[in-house]
Design a protein. Structure first.
Length: 244
């Protein structure tokens, strides 16, 4: 059974995820940094460094899927691309993101667009790199979403996924489990006023096929030469895949 934010509703996971992010969008950036102790910023920087190393040449066109308010898209500017397209299903998140891009003076380079990650309104072989941070866990159909990411990546291009994962070693596994199931929902509920959003987060992480399990699905979607890089004792992971 698919993990969803609002268990009392019979709408699809896609609809519930969009509703959830619309609800928490005003406080999303603050909560992200507070709940991770700011380490999410370092994870994004590391993911972009890994993208640079994995790319045969610096990517000119980058697609940031499930872009949210655009933090990963902004980080990708370190690669000096000509264009970054940030795509998300939540208009609330995109609205916050557009204002952020205008304030940073980068709205001519980073375009924030509405679109479904599992049915991208984009042509085949359109991007040198496809990136996504903390978004694939929210896909209704993971294989379908990854397959569409493969479709829009040009031959020779690279896909980089940054996602939460489950620590495997004692005692960090037990400490993280307590934090994510007890402390995180409490802080999220107080700050965002949406109690379901930060209960959904640990539940969705626990149910997500991380590590080698994710690589198998990644490869089934068409990606080659895949690589898994655990971060911070396994709290998050970077996954790299190439399109032949």
């Amino acid at each position: 059974m698919s993990v969803v934010p609002y268990k009392d509703k019979d709408t699809s996971k896609r609809e519930q995820v969009a509703e959830m992010f619309d609800s928490i969008s005003p406080k999303y950036d603050l909560l992200n940094h507070v709940l991770s102790g700011g380490i999410d910023i370092l994870w994004r920087k590391r993911a972009i460094r890994e993208l640079r190393k994995a790319s045969a040449q610096s990517p000119k066109r980058i697609l940031d899927i499930a872009t949210g308010t655009g933090d990963f898209a902004l980080e990708a500017l370190a690669l000096k691309p000509e264009k970054v397209v940030g795509m998300d299903i939540s208009e609330g998140m995109l609205s916050v993101g557009r204002e952020k891009m205008k304030k940073r003076g980068v709205d001519q380079i980073i375009e924030m667009r509405s679109g479904d990650s599992e049915g991208l309104p984009l042509p085949d072989n359109d991007f040198d790199a496809v990136i996504v941070a903390f978004g694939v866990r929210n896909f209704e159909n993971l294989l379908k979403g990854l397959t569409d990411m493969h479709r829009v990546t040009r031959p020779g291009g690279v896909c980089v996924v940054l996602e939460f994962s489950n620590p495997r070693q004692f005692p960090f596994k037990q400490l993280y489990s307590f934090y994510s199931s007890t402390i995180l929902p409490l802080i999220g509920r107080v700050v965002s006023k949406d109690s379901s959003a930060y209960t959904y987060l640990p539940e969705s992480v626990q149910a997500f096929p991380d590590g080698p399990d994710f690589l198998r699905i990644y490869e089934a979607a068409g990606f080659k030469n895949t690589k898994w890089i655990p971060l911070t004792f396994g709290v998050a992971s970077i996954y790299i895949g190439h399109k032949a």
